[in-house]
Design a protein around this ligand. Structure first.
Ligand code: AMP
Ligand code: MG
Length: 427
């Protein structure tokens, strides 16, 4: 766990490109959470805290890849059939309890250990389907190459190799691989604890009434959902009243118990925007002017709540699409870095644009799109008819975002564009 610097978000006033912003975050943020040991069954979605080294070979012994018959290749008649007596039986988990002898043919099953002796051992396995059984003998066809149907010790993993790296987010296959070398518990970073709240006199909880001029709070729910997807422990702080003292008290209380506080909307400089002065009275707040659309300045700060590490504060734009897209492209990296996961550029996939679009040069822009299969079998990106930053149904319509680079000024139908699936940023 590291102590963040108070000025880790110092930015100056200049318009910042997304790549520069992400590089700065990467340079200044580190895991703020402790390490705990968990059972493998709890591992999926967690961030590994230490490299894992294999303590054994996998497979641990040469074994048969099929149900069949193990023989010495040298015993086979070149260019013809071979008839051999079956002199033993080896099943998975029950190795041969004596040394094998040249000239033998051993019944063997998938996964059973190939027997060895100082003179070697059977090296080739015939599939049972290819063999004719005649009493206690088998007739083996010609044409099999030496070593067929045999799996070699260590062909998956060799003792001493690093099988998993610190900082990796564990998927089912990583957990399975740890199990395959006999690891039954893993050191992982504790879940980042994040509190989410909304402010704004017009914002109402969906369980309440929404009189004229009010809107139901969408952002708190979409942001909490994104955070859960990233493996955070999420606290719902509800909607805070537009009042400096209550916001200051709530932020102070929450910062003592959380690693990160996130709000949306109201972080501008209007008379009724109390989040900015509240954060400033408890720590420091910087506004990052990012060259992106959608997304307005994003507020990044630190609050010293008296806990070991400063608590990070993030103020997202209020418009529901801007809040989600900014979260995915800027805040998800913050969450990952604080959780112990280094960030990498997301994988974008080339698809055909089924739309035309105009944009300003000098900023990165995202177009909400659904993927459909084109007549030629490739994927095409279909744009939602509305580009409004408040139209949340466009996110429901979409599978992801077409990401347009800074220098691009338009998209023509049929052109190749880069598609960012939502699952790539928030699994
Ligand atoms: P603001 O950033 O506060 O100026 O808000 C921009 C727009 O987003 C306004 O139309 C707000 O009503 C709306 N908005 C702010 N917060 C939320 C929220 N939690 N849920 C839905 N809409 C919101
Ligand atoms: Mg507002």
């Amino acid at each position: 766990m590291t102590q963040l610097k108070d000025d880790c978000f110092a930015s100056g006033d200049e318009l910042m490109g997304l790549d520069t912003a992400l590089q700065r975050l990467s340079d200044s943020l580190d895991a703020v959470v402790d390490v705990e040991t968990i059972a493998l069954t709890e591992g999926v979605g967690r961030i590994l805290a230490r490299d894992q080294i294999a303590g054994r070979d996998v497979p641990a012994h040469d074994n048969s890849a099929v149900d069949g018959y193990a023989v010495w290749f040298d015993d086979l008649t070149p260019g013809g059939e071979t008839r051999l007596q079956v002199t033993g039986r080896i099943t998975a988990g029950h190795p041969l309890d004596r040394a094998p002898r040249p000239g033998e043919c051993l019944r063997i099953f998938t996964g059973a250990a190939m027997p060895t002796s100082p003179d070697g051992g059977p090296d080739t396995v015939f599939m049972q389907e290819d063999v004719e059984v005649d009493g206690d003998h088998v007739i083996l066809p010609d044409g099999l190459t030496q070593g067929s149907n045999r799996r070699f010790r260590g062909e998956d993993i060799k003792t001493g190799t690093t099988i998993l790296n610190a900082g990796q987010r564990l998927r089912p296959q990583e957990v399975g691989l740890a199990a395959s070398v006999g690891i039954d518990a893993l050191p992982v970073y504790k879940r980042l604890s994040v509190a989410v709240f909304s402010t704004g006199d017009e914002i109402r909880d969906p369980s309440d009434e929404a009189p004229e001029g009010c809107v139901f709070d969408a952002n708190r729910f979409s942001v909490m959902g994104l955070l859960s997807r990233l493996g955070c422990d999420v606290t719902d702080l509800g909607i805070l009243p537009d009042n400096l003292d209550s916001i200051t008290d709530a932020l102070k209380g929450a910062s003592a118990k959380h690693d990160l506080l996130i709000t949306s909307g109201g972080v501008s400089v209007g008379d009724e925007d109390h989040v900015k002065p509240a954060v400033e009275s408890l720590g420091r707040l910087d506004f990052w002017r990012l060259a992106i659309k959608p997304g307005r300045p994003i507020a990044l700060g630190t609050i010293n709540g008296g806990n070991v590490s400063d608590t990070v504060f993030v103020g997202l734009p209020g418009n529901p699409v801007a809040a989600m897209v900014t979260f995915m492209r800027v805040v998800a990296p913050v969450v990952k870095l604080l959780s112990g996961e280094p960030i990498r550029p997301p994988h974008l996939f080339g698809v055909t644009a089924a739309f035309t679009h105009k944009k300003k040069s000098g900023r990165r822009e995202w177009v909400r799109c659904r993927l459909e299969v084109a007549d030629d079998g490739t994927l095409k990106a279909v744009k939602h008819p509305s580009g409004g930053a408040g139209v949340l149904s466009s996110m429901v319509f979409s599978d992801g975002l077409v990401e347009l680079p800074e220098d691009q000024t338009d998209v023509k139908e049929g052109e190749q564009v880069q598609f960012l699936p939502f699952t790539e940023v928030c699994p």
